[in-house]
Design a protein around this ligand. Structure first.
Ligand code: KG4
Ligand code: ZN
Length: 362
């Protein structure tokens, strides 16, 4: 058993969590998150300077609260895990500096975590009061679609996370977005329609009363030989349609139909590549992680389609609180790397840095 304190500050969520790792379970004992969304909303996107300043104010209260609600102190913690890439460098530095200071002061090992590896690990997390996820019963090969605000990629994963190599994020990736991420497509089209930032959940909501067949928006890259995505054409198509409707004075009444149609275009593009990927890699299990995994229509369509794809069980979605950015997934990823002996300690801590790019090794 190991207790891991996770810290996440890569973008606009300041989060701390205590996770209990055992060979069977990863249980989140606490997750405390301060979302900065309200601070960035007036600007229609994340303002890096505001993000890092706010992380400075909230990081210690989040860590204190996470330890307290888990009923532990720093003395009980076996290792600290922190996101050190990719993300806004000023925001990442706040979490990295807090983690380094805690690890140094309390003589604890520290595990630098890649934010996307955190998302991939979110499916292994048990939340308090929910039925436990038995990690050992999960069948591999696993196909994971990672769809966050900044990334859309497919990962063909062959082993349990305790056996992942340090470069698994690169070696397992079989498809990615060539331009906008799926989350970005939701956010940018929502902005065109005058919906609040971040727009994914507003589109999800409005689409429930709309007709998804009303507007024929493009599904890019239909060729079967690529598992890449492209969403920038959709954004332009929505902009053109919205302008036409605005000129005709009908934009407001058509918003639910526009939302349902554009949401369907994003979902169709994701699902067609997932099906090819699952069949090609003979996947046994499928998971969807990241903020877009919270989309209700996407979940309900996938919960029907998987039956025809040769999978052994229904798709795995993390609990909603683990879809968007949170420190529990960072602690879980940190726990797996800690078990592999990949933590740093003592003087080594001084060299740990934060990186805006995901490609640089720690
Ligand atoms: O994973 P995440 O919290 O952040 C990044 O690491 O980027 O994902 C945020 C993204 C945003 O683009 C947001 O609009 C989208 O997830 N999102 C949704 C929904 N909830 C959040 N997209 C579609 N439907 C939703 N219900
Ligand atoms: Zn994320």
């Amino acid at each position: 058993m190991s207790l891991i304190l996770g810290i996440e500050s890569s973008c606009d969520e300041c989060s701390a969590s205590v996770v209990r790792y055992t060979p069977e379970h990863c249980e989140a004992l606490s997750v405390e998150t301060f979302s900065q969304i309200d601070l960035h909303r007036p600007y229609g996107g994340v303002v890096p300077e505001i993000a890092s300043r706010n992380h400075l104010e909230t990081i210690i209260p989040m860590i204190d609260a996470a330890l307290k609600s888990a009923g532990v102190t720093m003395k009980d913690i076996d290792a600290v895990a922190v996101t050190n890439r990719p993300g806004l460098v000023g925001a990442l530095l706040v979490g990295v500096s807090a983690a380094k200071s805690l690890a140094y002061a309390f003589g604890k090992p520290l595990v630098p975590v890649h934010h996307l590896e955190g998302h991939l690990c979110s499916i292994y997390l048990n939340s308090p009061g929910k039925p436990p996820i038995e990690r050992n019963s999960l069948e591999y090969p696993l196909m994971t679609l990672l769809v966050s605000g900044g990334h859309s990629q497919l990962h063909a994963i062959d082993t349990a996370p305790e056996l992942w190599t340090p470069v698994m994020l690169e070696t397992s990736r079989i498809g990615r977005s060539r331009d906008d991420a799926a989350g970005e497509a939701f956010d940018k089209t929502a902005k065109i329609l005058g919906l609040p930032y971040p727009g994914g959940r507003y589109i999800d909501e409005l689409a429930k009363t709309g007709d998804a067949t009303k507007y024929a928006f493009p599904r890019a890259l239909p060729q079967k030989d690529t598992l890449d995505f492209s969403f920038s054409g959709l954004k332009t198509a929505v902009l053109n349609e919205a302008q036409k409707l605005e000129n005709a004075g009908r934009l407001e009444e058509e918003k639910p139909n526009l939302c349902a149609s554009l949401q369907q275009a994003i979902i169709d593009a994701l699902i067609s590549k997932m099906e090819i990927a699952v069949r090609r890699h003979r996947s046994r299990t499928l998971s969807v992680v990241g903020g877009v995994a919270a989309n209700s229509r996407f979940r309900s369509i996938l919960n029907e389609r998987w039956k025809f794809w040769g999978l052994s069980s229904p798709p795995i979605f993390p609990s909603p609180e683990f879809c968007t950015d949170n420190a529990a997934m960072i602690a879980a990823a940190g726990a797996f790397r800690y078990r592999q002996g990949l933590a740093i300690q003592g003087e080594q801590l001084l060299c740990l840095n934060a990186f805006s790019s995901g490609a640089i090794a720690p």
